[in-house]
Write a protein of this length. Structure first.
Length: 534
């Protein structure tokens, strides 16, 4: 019994010691947990992964790091050597021999100064082979987090090359406690605009420039590309800037690109910088490139880079829907830590669209419209008094001042002739020769082609939402319009000529015959008398 009591006392003592050990361990775990920190990067863009490298370790009290030593995230010997030899900040570290010496120098550098940027650049080239901490590959609630970091001074960067419409963050240096940082990155954007003569609004892009237009085949259509620069433009030593523009098959580039910088999208104070860009055209691709925009005097982060050119609407143009779509995207430097050299991103494409239409005229008998009239001849002029010229297929090739030089439009066996590739607007059709047996029209026919288009600055890229309706009238009478085919159809009537009597009629003929008989009778009588007298 005594032995059992002693055993129980011994087990109680062991249990008490075990409980005390567990409590001490729990306290240590809690203390350890309290000594680790999280860096939160506020970025909702997917496709990033951030790394943190410990530059200095130490003991953190408030915002002060004491007992500073080199951190596990850098190659300390190589880093100190590189700092001493750096052309920008090397003189500051000439007497530094320890991590504490380097940290002391950093205290004198201003936040976001040239010196801090230079220090970060040197650190970025002398990192350990593995990061001290790494975030996930996708944001959670709009943030990336690097957890489990010990107290210290950290260098934060993108782990991988950033692509698409995004940019790498500029190197971040941060004293670690639980802290939030915003990535130091920004990207440009680009817009494409086309001029429409009937669209008189400016909207800040220049009068008539918007997303939708219609033109004649043969017209030189004006285009404008408008690019911005990132707010972090000053962080780059070099900055590549390239417009990649694509025309549809229905447009032919006229080799007339001009490049400007300006303080607004319209280019009211534009300065010509075309000589700083290389311009190449291959097929329907136009590339307008500057390898280093930082060398162009006058360009700042607030500048607009504007490209202007024309392209002629040609005979390959799509009539009606789906129109002739054209687009641009911008290639740009996106890694300020690489001095802007090598790594690039691309903006989303921006589109505009150009439409053109077809006029179909059918010549018919005025009494019976089912009878189609062949070989009627017409000429067409526009509201500016110019006469159309067309090729053998009826496609517009140009406009001339002289009526005689304008094309003669002849109705076929179906009474039809076409003029393909017209802008909407007012035209005048003149009959120059009626079909045999029909009266020629004395007056010109006024034709009005009306296209309802969604001109503006926020076209959604769908052709059907850009061309909404197509109508036509001939001397006020409605014809037919089809947005899918782009055909505006009208019918023109001719009436037969009347059978009119000749001047004098049949009575004159009788007199002519009677007169002839009388003359003949007189001659016979004269001859008979002469014979009788003999």
């Amino acid at each position: 019994m005594k032995h059992m009591k002693n055993t129980m006392k011994h087990m109680k003592k062991m249990l008490g010691l075990l409980l005390a050990a567990v409590m001490v361990l729990a306290m240590n775990i809690t203390a350890f947990a309290a000594d680790t920190y999280t860096i939160t990067i506020k970025n909702s863009n997917s496709g990033h992964q951030y790394e943190a490298y410990q530059v200095f370790s130490g003991e953190l009290s408030g915002n002060i790091l004491s007992n500073v030593e080199w951190g596990a995230g850098v190659k300390e010997v190589e880093l100190l050597t590189a700092l001493k030899s750096d052309p920008t900040i090397g003189s500051y570290f000439a007497e530094s021999g320890t991590a504490a010496d380097v940290a002391k120098v950093l205290e004198a550098f201003r936040k976001n100064s040239e010196e801090i940027d230079a220090f970060a650049a040197v650190v970025g080239k002398n990192l350990s082979d593995s990061a001290t901490g790494t975030s996930g590959t996708e944001p959670i609630d709009g943030n990336y987090s690097i957890t489990g970091l010990n107290a210290g001074y950290y260098f934060v960067k993108d782990k991988n090359t950033v692509t698409g419409n995004d940019a790498s963050t500029k190197f971040i240096l941060k004293l670690v406690k639980d802290t939030e940082v915003a990535p130091k990155s920004s990207v440009p954007n680009v817009e494409k605009k086309v001029q429409e003569g009937d669209y008189e609004t400016n909207d800040g892009y220049g009068t008539g420039y918007n997303d939708v237009a219609d033109w004649n085949i043969g017209d030189a259509v004006p285009f404008k590309l408008i690019g911005t620069l990132p707010s972090t433009y000053d962080d780059y030593d070099t900055y590549k800037y390239v417009f990649h523009d694509t025309l549809s098959a229905g447009l032919t580039y006229n080799n007339d690109v001009k490049v400007y910088y300006a303080s607004d999208k319209e280019g009211t104070d534009k300065q010509d910088i075309t000589s700083s860009f290389s311009i190449t055209a291959s097929g329907n691709e136009i590339t307008v490139a500057c390898e280093n925009l930082k060398t162009v005097t006058g360009v700042t982060k607030d500048s607009y880079i504007i490209v202007e050119y024309t392209a002629t609407l040609n005979t390959d143009a799509v009539i009606g829907l789906d129109g002739n779509t054209n687009e641009v995207y911008l290639e740009f430097s996106n890694n300020p830590n690489a001095d802007g050299d090598g790594e690039t991103g691309n903006t989303p494409t921006d589109k505009v669209i150009v439409f053109t239409y077809e006029l179909d005229t059918t010549k018919v008998d005025g009494e019976d419209n089912s009878i189609k009239l062949q070989n009627a001849e017409f000429k067409l002029r526009n509201s500016e008094g110019k006469w159309v010229t067309v090729d053998s297929a009826g496609k517009v090739t140009g406009w001339v001042d002289n009526e005689d030089e304008g094309s003669t439009l002849i109705s076929d066996e179906q009474g039809l002739f076409k003029v393909i590739g017209l802008d909407d607007g007012t035209y005048y059709l003149k009959e120059t020769k009626a079909p045999n047996g029909y009266n020629e029209l004395k007056d010109e026919i006024e034709i009005v082609i009306s296209a309802s288009t969604s001109n503006g600055q926020d076209w959604d890229g769908t052709p059907g939402s850009a061309l909404i309706d197509l109508d036509v009238t001939a001397d006020g009478e409605s014809g037919t319009g089809d947005t899918d085919t782009g055909i505006a159809g009208i019918t023109v009537e001719n009436n037969k000529g009347a059978t009119l009597p000749e001047t004098g009629g049949i009575g004159t003929t009788i007199f002519y015959i009677a007169g002839g008989i009388m003359v003949l009778a007189a001659a016979v009588l004269l001859i008979t008398r002469r014979r009788m007298s003999k």
